[in-house]
Design a binder for this molecule. Sequence first.
Ligand code: BG6
Length: 503
Amino acid sequence: MLQTDPCVLVIFGASGDLTKRKLVPAMYEMHVMGQLHASSVILGTARSPKSDDEWRTELKTWVAEQAHGFDETKWADFAKRIFYFAGDATTAECYPPLSARLDELASAHGTKGNLLFFLSVAETLYEPIVEQIDAAGLVVEGKRWCSIDPSAKSWQRIIVEKPFGRDATSAASLNRTLGRAFEEESIYRIDHYLGKELVQSLLVLRFANSIFEPLWNFQYIDHVQITASETVTVGQRTAFYDQTGAIRDMIQSHLFQVLAFVAMEPPSLYTPENVRAEKIKIIDAISIPEADEVAAHCALGQFAADGKEAAYDTLTGVAAGSTTETYAAIKIHFDNWRWAGTPFYIRTGKKLAVKRTEVVVQFKPPAANLFRKVPGFGTETPNRLVIEIAPNERVNLRFEVKVPGFGLRGSNVDMELNYADHFKAEPVEAYGPLIIDAMRGDQTLFKHRIEVEGAWNAVMPFLDERSAAARAGIHANYACGSWGPKSADELLARDGRTWRNEA
Ligand code: BG6
């Protein structure tokens, strides 16, 4: 197992929501679990002047609210590892004092010059910051950096948050800028869905068992549904969201990670290189629809007004006449042998009926149905595997059995593994284990440059002018608390299928 090296975790965007709500609470949990190296420290940077203690006081409220198992004594211990630096990281002037502060922390805590940068700022600032980090000479992987320990070999890595670009071109530009400063082995493109237990569990379920994989192909699987339905609205982020939409916000990023784990080929060994290579291949195999096919392959929507909130297109921050989607369903085909003819339907949206993320694998009917003349047996196959990722973590397999008693009658039954009941494990914030992986130098659960660009290529028809017909009539086309627009049901109905909309 790889060791966690001591390092300074440098968070750009210390005042941001992600830092307060997720990153620092996640690091607190890792500290409590003993996963964070005893010498590692956190340095937050943002523009507003603030002392270390002021930032600690601010963070305490957030950690108490967000982290699992908050404890005053443990917090006091953890707080000693948190520091703050005020400066505009997009300017060259910021770096001499920042480097001096890093040197000072390395010397005081023994972090050996290892630096893990985390870009938790607005996406437009990514490239300027990376350029400045590089120009300041902070990236000297394997060479001397830390003035207090001239013999120490150090590493410098960078974690890049989503959105990773807003299309294939901007993602490629960001990749080039990152590539000028860091080796690919030091770039960690994070997606918090890969930190979720049940997403990681997909690979184990598929490849550590012999009973699923032989059936995991077009011959036995009718179709797959991947759903991430949310009850929340777009909140304070209207301006950002209006530039983004559900496809960029959820599908190109999070749901494609789930898609890749469900659909990819087995790697020969569980290593970062092998897993990432298979993900690149499966994303590359997504069939890109022609312009005149786009509308038939997707359903886009915007939520209508309800008693409490106005319709999306009338919210402050949303451009007049905006056609940005708050709901998207996309039908995906893979151009490969395993999935020939088996569609994957992916959907996500705000203000829907329930908060749930799940994968539904619907199997085909038995090749021959010897019970076809027996009353009480359904004509549809019951065999369905549901992997619920959130809010509950569970795996449910449905199959048909004989109802006990005289005569022959069939009934669907569910066999279920509920992770909370079975493993009694406390959930942890998904960012924590991923950041620890970056500290250990394990890239398995991070995206490769080629994969990200491939994922953009696959969604572009649903975003650019080719999606115009699909966006016509988008305004207020679904009710809050519903399962999305009528067109989403029609998308499946055209193929003779229905969504699993169980409460
Ligand atoms: C974020 C999106 O990346 O993921 C949000 O920007 C979304 O819009 C969130 O709500 C969903 O994450 P989770 O873990 O709650 O499913």
